[in-house]
Design a protein around this ligand. Structure first.
Ligand code: UD1
Ligand code: CA
Length: 456
């Protein structure tokens, strides 16, 4: 039997933030969510998260996760004190307890598997993850015998100068024999530099303790301050980009690009500089995104180009060209082989295949057929200050420059609308619609000289 406990009660003083540390975001997910993600390979019978500082926020953030038991640590008196709170919850539990710090977000699931396997095979009281760090400052140092059994862990601030020379650090990820840990927990003292109850003291009391070294030390980076948060983001980005480049995606100037790990890219996609792909976004094969574009929670088809544009919660079908300077948002759906760009905003609207909206337009709550041509400066006036109203435009219709479509309004198929028209009433199929003041001419007219103008 396996139980998991994630320590997420601390404030994270070094973050200098009101937000609990474990709720800080790393590439679109909070630290604690990432820790829970890394547990995807294990099937624990109990899933406990220890909360304390602003616990209501942490509970709310984890609401979508099922099967979590929250354990309150009202005062945060250290990692050992946090685990002590489990005692009443795991009274009758028998088996192993996997403990993870909530601020170690880059662990690979395979590493957790290795820890659990080693623990089982050797029947240890504790098995823990360690790593050799170039800069071990701030971490507990791990001292071992030749056979990788633990001598002791000493916290950074309790180390002698000689002990500080040891670069082998404690990752904060442990597998305990719960019965043995439970027996020792009440005996912890806070006799140390921080006056805290250390979980590492419990580890020091138990025997035998085995240390598993993690090869890629970047995995066990703990986030204590904003600089480490940025470093973790860098590591995460490198992992994501290496993965996509290996899968056949070209990244031009990768350092200027960011990609969430929820994004999916098909082969021969090219991502140009200064482009950011976020959330549940899919980019189809052969598409070229950027430079200078932001795509979030959107589906882009194959062979699409998106140039200097923002696309969110929208769909673009294959072979369409978006941009430069297009904003597609809130369920814009652009069909195949369309051209949309040059200062165009489209919201909650559908464009049929081969439809063009090529210059200076706003389309909101509109449904357009196929092969429609929207003239420069065409606007749907979809809002009367209280409600939004729909506009329909049929196949092959052309709107002239500066057309205003006052919604709700419906324009048929094969219609031509004259430039500058304000369309307020239904237009049937197959006609020319003109709705503008007639041009008037005054032959020979000159402007009056100033002294000739009479004032009334
Ligand atoms: C801890 C380890 C250290 C290790 C490092 C790895 C101890 C005493 N030290 O140090 O050996 O190298 O992690 O990253 O364990 N928390 C609670 N309740 C508390 C205090 C902390 O839930 O009362 C949670 C925090 O929210 C955090 C985690 O425990 O997620 C670790 O706490 P933190 O204060 O960051 O420990 P470190 O000083 O980094
Ligand atoms: Ca930490």
């Amino acid at each position: 039997m396996l139980a998991v406990a994630v320590l997420a009660a601390g404030r994270g003083t070094r973050m200098k933030s009101d937000l609990p540390k474990v709720l800080h975001q790393l590439g679109g997910r909070s630290l604690v969510e990432r820790v829970l993600d890394s547990l995807s390979v294990v099937q624990p019978s109990r899933n406990l998260v220890i909360v304390g500082y602003r616990s209501e926020l942490v509970k709310e953030a984890l609401q979508p996760w099922s099967g979590i038991e929250f354990v309150e640590q009202v005062q945060q008196l250290g990692t050992g004190h946090a685990v002590q709170q489990l005692l009443p919850y795991l009274q009758d539990f028998q088996g192993s307890l996997l403990v993870l710090n909530g601020d170690v977000p880059l662990l690979r699931p395979q590493t957790i598997n290795l820890l659990l396997k080693t623990h089982e095979q050797h029947g240890n009281a504790v098995t823990l993850l360690a790593a050799h760090l170039p800069n071990p400052k701030g971490y507990g140092r791990v001292f071992c015998n030749d056979d990788n059994t633990l001598k002791e862990i000493v916290e950074d601030r309790d180390c002698t100068p000689a002990q500080k020379q040891n670069h082998r650090i404690n990752a904060g990820v442990y597998c305990f024999d719960w019965a043995k840990l439970a027996a020792i927990l009440p005996k912890l003292s806070s006799n140390n530099d921080q006056q805290e109850y250390y979980l590492t003291d419990a580890v020091n009391y138990l025997d035998p303790v085995m240390v598993v070294d993690v090869e890629d030390h970047e995995e066990i980076l703990g986030i204590n301050d904003r600089k480490q948060l940025a470093a973790a983001y860098d590591i995460l980005q490198t992992r994501i980009k290496d993965n996509w480049m290996a899968a056949g995606v070209t990244l031009i100037d990768p350092d200027s690009i960011t990609i969430d790990d929820t994004v999916e890219l098909q082969p021969d996609v090219v991502i140009e500089p200064q482009t950011h792909l976020r959330g549940k976004t899919v980019i189809g094969a052969g598409s070229r995104i950027g430079p200078g574009s932001l795509i979030e929670n959107s589906q882009i088809g194959e062979q699409v180009t998106v140039l200097y544009s923002v696309v969110s919660q929208s769909v673009v079908q294959s072979n369409s060209q978006i941009g430069p300077y297009t904003h597609l948002r809130k369920h814009a759906h652009v069909g195949a082989k369309c051209r949309v760009g040059n200062f165009v905003e489209i919201k909650n609207s559908t464009l049929g295949d081969r439809t063009n909206v090529a210059h200076l337009s706003y389309l909101g709550d509109a449904t357009l057929g196929e092969k429609v041509n929207i003239g420069a400066g065409t606007i749907t006036a979809n809002y009367d200050g209280y409600k939004k109203y729909p506009t329909q435009i049929g196949d092959r219709t052309k709107t002239g420059a500066n057309t205003v479509l006052v919604a709700p309004v419906s324009v048929g198929a094969d219609v031509t609308i004259g430039a500058g028209s304000v369309i307020t009433k239904e237009v049937p199929d197959d006609c020319l619609a003109l709705a503008r003041a007639k041009q008037t001419l005054f032959p020979g007219w000159r402007p009056g000289k100033p002294h000739e103008t009479k004032e009334s």
